[in-house]
Ligand binder design. Structure first.
Ligand SMILES: *Cc1c(COP(=O)(O)O)cnc(C)c1O
Length: 428
């Protein structure tokens, strides 16, 4: 029933319905552990025969209520919160890929995820083929191997701002018998629900728009329940054969397609690696979710107005924003993000690196931060901050030219933001 409700309603009501006399708001269950009357009662939980809570490293009721809200928003069957977006992407992939396996990933992804795949997961014996997201279907299909276990991409890439052709990626993944995992952090389910376009698993850094106020680091994994692991038992033995570390439970048999992925991820990865979100952070996240549709609308309207202002300013060399007519991703955005994309823009000034440095010094409302996607406008010049060790040639190769300025449009009044940008550009 919940999935038939509109996004605004789900943002307020999904995930928690109190009984008579219970708290109206999702309560913070700040408890590491839970009490049982008998050892038998607790034993059933450990055998995964009964559902309930025993230790907050694995599961906590506050986190589960907020995860259920995000599952409803994405149109999934099960979800879990993690301590960060990094943990969400790692768990989602490591739940089905292990030593000796292979992943196909878009090149246009968050720097942290790129490192996770190219360095840390490589050390675990998992190989990755990075592929240009704008490649042809033939090029995409050629990236697969016998041991490929999943395909990964971002709906709107941070910071490259490419819009992914989700249907193209889903088709290729499914024709090779593997799921598509989509990081949907930038658009949020308010602006895009990747499952409706064929994605099987959706991840989030809830640190960004979902929290939206810059207060709590967090992540989330949502399973669509649609990928049929049992069709490929040899590819996904962890889901389709007994788990010795859990008394021989077979996740797909016991929990069905709707619950197997998230239950395994909780029972094995949370148990052994322990990156759960704190109940307090989940509570903050939930407050952010309540106003998410209204905030996304404003972030997008501000970004659109600012992108249009920048594209008409004679000192601006280029602007990248998929809401601008003529942007390389305008058509894909019209298809996948018809109601708006996100509040992040990138642009370059005539005069390159020097001009960018002058501009950054003179911005007043837009603070210099590495963060993006919250209520306060912020900007970053990677060449003089996060990427300062790189030469201009290395910067170009990484798709972050020496002149690139990333601007995350907050919730302030658009006229005020444009006036601030204008005075900073005038100083150049
Ligand atoms: C920030 C971000 C991440 C990492 O999330 P953290 O919460 O910082 O760990 C992953 N993916 C995308 C698209 C992001 O923007």
């Amino acid at each position: 029933m919940e999935n038939k409700l509109h996004t605004e309603t789900l943002c307020i009501q999904a995930g928690y319905s109190p009984e008579s006399g219970e708290p109206r708001q999702i309560p913070i269950i700040q408890s590491t552990t839970f009490k049982y009357a008998t050892s038998e009662d607790m034993g059933k939980l450990f055998d995964l025969e009964a559902s309930g809570y025993f230790y907050s490293r694995l599961q906590n009721p506050t986190c589960d209520m907020v995860a259920a809200k995000i599952a409803a928003l994405e149109g999934g069957t099960a979800a879990m919160l993690t301590g960060s977006g990094q943990a969400a992407n790692f768990y989602a992939m490591f739940n089905i890929a292990s030593c000796g396996d292979h992943i196909v990933s878009s090149t246009a992804i968050y720097g942290g995820t790129f490192n996770l795949l190219a360095v840390t997961m490589k050390r675990m014996g998992i190989e990755v083929t990075f592929i240009d997201p704008d490649c042809t279907e033939e090029e995409l299909n050629a990236a697969f191997r016998e041991n490929t276990k999943l395909v990964f991409g971002e709906t709107i890439a941070n910071p490259a701002l490419n819009v992914l052709d989700i249907e193209k990626f889903a088709k290729a993944a499914h024709s090779h018998g593997v799921p598509l995992i989509i990081d949907n952090t930038f658009p949020t389910p308010v602006n895009c629900r990747p499952i409706e376009w064929g994605a099987d698993i959706v991840t989030h850094s809830t640190t960004k728009y979902m929290d939206g106020h810059g207060v709590a680091v967090g992540g989330c994994i949502v399973d669509s329940g649609k990928f049929d692991w049992t069709k490929y038992p040899d590819k996904f033995p962890g889901l389709c054969t007994p788990d010795d570390s859990y008394h021989g439970v077979t996740y797909t048999e016991r929990f069905g397609l709707e619950g197997a992925f998230i239950t395994k991820c909780t029972a094995q990865l949370m148990r052994d690696l322990g990156s759960i979100q704190s109940p307090q952070s989940a509570f903050y996240l939930n407050l952010g979710l309540e106003s998410l549709p209204f905030r996304m609308k404003q972030h997008c309207a501000n970004a659109q107005a600012i992108a249009e202002f920048l594209s008409e300013n004679p000192k601006v060399a280029w602007v990248k924003y998929c809401g601008l007519k003529g942007d390389k991703y305008y058509d894909l955005a019209q298809k996948y993000l018809p109601n708006g994309s996100c509040g992040v823009i990138s642009f370059g000034l005539k005069g390159g690196r020097k001009a960018a440095e002058v501009f950054m010094k003179n911005m007043k409302l837009g603070a210099i931060e590495t963060h993006v996607a919250d209520s306060r406008t912020c900007c970053l010049h990677p060449a003089s901050a996060t990427h300062r060790q790189m030469t201009d040639e290395q910067l170009d190769a990484a798709g972050v030219g020496a002149d690139l300025i990333r601007l995350s449009c907050g919730l302030e009044n658009a006229e005020d933001l444009i006036a601030d940008l204008k005075q900073a550009i005038d100083k150049v």
